[in-house]
Design a binder for this molecule. Structure first.
Ligand code: FES
Ligand code: FES
Length: 155
């Protein structure tokens, strides 16, 4: 049995321990915010946060995620308040088709933990999620706005 902690809730799983975490999230507990894109760790559509780090959930097994704190896009909102990164994404109207966006947001949340006041170069070097709709300029603006909103929340 594998014990998983997802968005603050404990889940016990008796199935295949080598199942990719993305499959578990989407098929076993109906958290479908993380998306399947490439399945080989390249695109970032499946990004979740594990112990504060951005992780591509298509290439980590449930066993390897055992006992860690896993956060998905569904767990970002707190007490009916959107996370500052979600607010910035809405304000900048980032999404086009939207398919990649939960991964972009989860990558940004983890990135801003380590880069609270990022430069464009920091963004280029650290956010490698792909967007087939090429919303990259809006993503960049939203990352800067997210940093502002997070700084406001801390002050
Ligand atoms: S689906 Fe996981 S990185 Fe593309
Ligand atoms: S918004 Fe369509 S893939 Fe990114």
């Amino acid at each position: 049995m594998v014990s998983l902690k997802i968005n603050g809730k404990n889940h016990d799983f008796n199935g295949d321990e080598e199942m990719p975490l993305l499959w578990y999230l989407r098929e076993e507990i109906n958290l479908s915010g993380a998306k399947f894109g490439c399945g080989i760790g390249s695109c970032g559509a499946c990004t979740v946060n594990i112990d504060g780090q951005a992780v591509r959930s298509c290439i980590i097994s449930v066993k390897d995620a055992e006992d860690a704190n896993i956060t998905t896009i569904e767990g970002l909102e707190k007490e009916n308040n959107l996370h500052p990164v979600q607010r910035a994404w809405i304000d900048e109207d980032v999404a086009q088709c939207g398919y990649c966006q939960s991964g972009q947001i989860m990558a940004t949340v983890a990135f801003l933990n380590d880069h609270p006041n990022p430069t464009d170069q920091d963004i280029n070097e650290n956010i490698s999620n792909l967007c087939r709709c090429a919303t990259y300029s809006r993503i960049r603006k939203a990352i800067h706005k997210s940093a502002e909103y997070m700084a406001e929340e801390k002050s």
